[in-house]
Structure formats: structure tokens, C-alpha cells
Design a protein. Structure first.
Length: 270
């Protein structure tokens, strides 16, 4: 069932860059929010929101379960959000993800999972991918997001927990290099995507490419956005002339959709 303005949404990772954007934007639209993070919330907590510390990786997940109780949707943006060594990723992104889905199951809540384009980062840039393409993660972070998508599919098949699995591209105020002409997601489009996921009547378990309406350079197509009625309005195209030449010159980075993440610890002979 869709969320409504009187039923809270739980936002994990609320102190992170995207969490702060969503907390402010959703609160302005009248949503009641429960915010949580392992880091303090920077600045005043928005109206209609409360903040509480929680460690996603805590084996005793009682705090997460309590925060999720009574919520219609869990907006899961918590965990390690960049490429890091395996030991740093496994706790928040593997154990933590399990804790989130167990909390959603018990609360009968929907999950919006902040997945990533890095689930498919080792696909080449001359490919155009459908959302059900083969996983080709470009690191431990991307691999953890593959796990998260599979967890969403498992919990829908076994428990009926609905999920919107969003493969976020590059979500920044504006694109800053040539790669982002394909991957950029504006803050406004991220917010509208989340609101559509909150309001949709039924979603099942769907996947959406989290990018704005970028036409000049396109790597991704054919997702499930029509299920929630999402249509991005922003576009990186206006930045094309300024950014087209802003590349690294590194063949590993420039040949693969995951960009610089593909180069981290890369040791394959050329």
C-alpha cells in the first residue's frame, strides 16, 4: 500500500549527502520522517522529522526494528556509499541490509533501496544496458549493491515485501565531467523519484535507473519507472559542450561505465 503524509517514512543514512537532501525536501512536502544514521545529523533536524542514532551493522537490530515500526516505507540510503576495502563494506552493506529487510518484513513496510550503477560498472561504455542486464560490479561496494538487489527480490518472493531498487548514477548538484553526461541524477529528480515510490499503490519488486533525462549520452534504458509514474525533468545535455572533453585519459576508466571505481586496485594485465 502507498504511504501517506500521516504515516512516517524511515530514512537511513540521513546524515549523508543524499540523506540530507531528501530529509529537507520531503519534510518541506509534508512527509513525517524518522531519520537515522551512525553520524550526527548536521544542522537542525527538519520540521516533521526526528533523528536517532543507529548502527545498521549491529547484530542486535532492535533499534532499527523499533524505528521501522509503524512506517509505511523505509528509504534505505545508509551504509558505505563509496568503494572501500571489503572489511569496511561487509558490516553496514551486508549485515545492515539484512537488518533493514527484516525490519521491513516485520513492519509490513515497502523498501526503497539506494542501489548503484556500480552493480554494472564493468560493462563497457559502448553498451546500452537494460535494467535486467548481467551484474558486473566494479568493486566491493558495487558487489554489495548486487547483494542488496537480490535481497529485495528474495524478500518479495518469500515474504511479499515490496521494493523499489534504484540504481543511482551520479547524484550531485550538477554534472562535473564527461561521464556524468550519461550518469547524472539531479537532486530534484531524485526527490521526485522517491516521492513517486512513496505514493505508488503497488510496486512489487522493480528496478529503476536513477538518472535524469540525459539524451546526449545514454547507457541505460528499459526500466520499471512506469510502475511508479516517475518521469525525470532535469538533463545533463546542457552541460555537454563544456564537459565532453573532460576525461581522464586512463583506458580502464574511460572504457567502462563504472569509471574510476574500475581502476581502484585494478591489476589485470592490459
Amino acid at each position: 500500500m502507498p504511504s501517506d503524509l500521516n504515516k512516517p517514512a524511515l530514512l537511513t543514512g540521513a546524515s549523508g549527502a543524499l540523506g540530507r537532501v531528501l530529509a529537507a525536501a520531503l519534510a518541506r512536502q509534508g512527509w513525517t520522517l524518522r531519520l537515522t544514521d551512525i553520524q550526527p545529523f548536521p544542522g537542525p533536524v527538519p520540521d516533521r522529522a526526528t533523528f536517532e542514532f543507529a548502527d545498521l551493522a549491529d547484530p542486535d537490530a532492535s533499534r532499527i526494528h523499533r524505528l521501522a515500526d509503524g512506517c509505511g516505507t523505509i528509504l534505505h540510503f545508509g551504509g558505505v556509499s563509496v568503494e572501500r576495502p571489503f572489511d569496511e563494506v561487509i558490516g553496514p552493506n551486508i549485515r545492515g541490509l539484512y537488518n533493514i529487510y527484516e525490519a521491513a518484513r516485520q513492519a509490513k513496510a515497502r523498501v526503497l533501496f539506494a542501489s548503484s550503477n556500480h552493480t554494472a560498472g564493468f560493462h563497457r561504455r559502448d553498451e546500452v544496458l537494460e535494467v535486467d542486464c548481467t551484474f558486473r560490479p566494479d568493486g566491493y561496494y558495487g558487489q554489495s549493491k548486487c547483494y542488496g538487489e537480490l535481497m529485495g527480490e528474495l524478500y518479495f518472493a518469500k515474504h511479499g515485501v515490496e521494493s523499489v531498487l534504484v540504481r543511482i548514477g551520479s547524484c550531485f548538484p550538477e554534472p562535473t565531467d564527461a561521464r556524468m553526461l550519461a550518469t547524472w541524477l539531479s537532486y530534484d529528480d531524485l526527490t521526485s523519484l522517491v516521492v513517486c515510490a512513496l505514493k505508488a499503490e503497488k510496486v512489487g519488486c522493480i528496478k529503476v535507473w536513477g538518472t535524469s533525462n540525459n539524451k546526449r549520452m545514454t547507457w541505460w534504458e528499459d526500466d520499471d519507472r512506469q510502475v511508479i509514474g516517475w518521469s525525470p525533468k532535469s538533463s545533463a545535455d546542457a552541460y555537454g559542450d563544456a564537459l565532453a572533453g573532460k576525461t581522464t585519459g586512463d583506458p580502464v576508466i574511460e572504457q567502462h561505465q563504472g569509471g574510476a571505481y574500475c581502476r581502484i586496485d585494478y591489476s589485470r594485465p592490459q
